[in-house]
Design a binder for this molecule. Sequence first.
Ligand SMILES: Nc1ncnc2c1ncn2[C@@H]1O[C@H](COP(=O)(O)OP(=O)(O)OP(=O)(O)O)[C@@H](O)[C@H]1O
Length: 283
Amino acid sequence: MRPSDRSEHPQGTRATAHEGAATGLRDPVIAARGLNLVFPTAAAPVHALKDVDLSIHRGEFVSLIGPSGCGKTTLLRVIADLERPTGGTITVNGMTPDEARRQRAYGYVFQAAALYPWRTIENNIALPLEIMGVERAEQRRRIEAGLDLVGLSGFGKTFPWQLSGGMQQRASIARALSFDPDLLLMDEPFGALDEIVRDHLNEELLKLWAKTDKTIVFVTHSIPEAVFLSTRIVVMSPRPGRIHDIIDCDLGRERPLDIRDTPEFLQIAHRVREGLRAGNGDE
Ligand SMILES: Nc1ncnc2c1ncn2[C@@H]1O[C@H](COP(=O)(O)OP(=O)(O)OP(=O)(O)O)[C@@H](O)[C@H]1O
């Protein structure tokens, strides 16, 4: 771990050891330093992000958790170049977010599946490939691989409305992965789904992550979801939006659903809950 990263763990010490061991000295995929974002509004400026320092390394699964309005989505949108910070610096794959977006360094999965209803599932997945000018045969190959990866083989010719909410979200994940980005940004992708479907998709996402070694940044409101999925959990607090704690989640890569009943899991969940409480109390 480099000295400059120490400020990222305001209250955590375990995270420090883990990050060093797991990631060595490789350049971070995402490096935010002193990041600030103030939205000018008619009423009063909103300090959506304040002094955010965060490094995310290749192959990590990092969740952003915190109460409504703490800046989770804003941080994800800054990484994706959908918002511009008003202070500090951020790099994505060593580039500015603008360059990273142009080079299609990431796939983005929104809260709602956001599939085009007039396109079949395979044509939705093909959309980024069409925009990139990928030739037809290669498009076909990638569509099939994408459908297979998210367990939707055989559903390519259906329309979004013919699929359940969970299947639609899988299709949107396949679309985000169609051009094989190393980085996947996911904004509460399973928030609207019922618990059983969500559990299942959490398991599927973990398998996909293990298989592809992507770097994933995942926004959630759910403590169990964050602990189940993540290698690190960034606990954020609101007004202004900032990082309250970064918690190491060293449960190994193989995580069956019943890991959620183990003392290790419950201990991490407890720490996240405490962090959320303390962060809210700081207001
Ligand atoms: N375009 C905007 N203009 C003005 N204020 C904004 C804008 N986008 C976000 N905000 C404000 O910035 C703050 C952070 O919003 P953000 O959506 O990032 O929070 P969040 O943690 O993702 O919340 P939620 O969990 O409800 O999605 C909030 O106070 C929000 O109202």
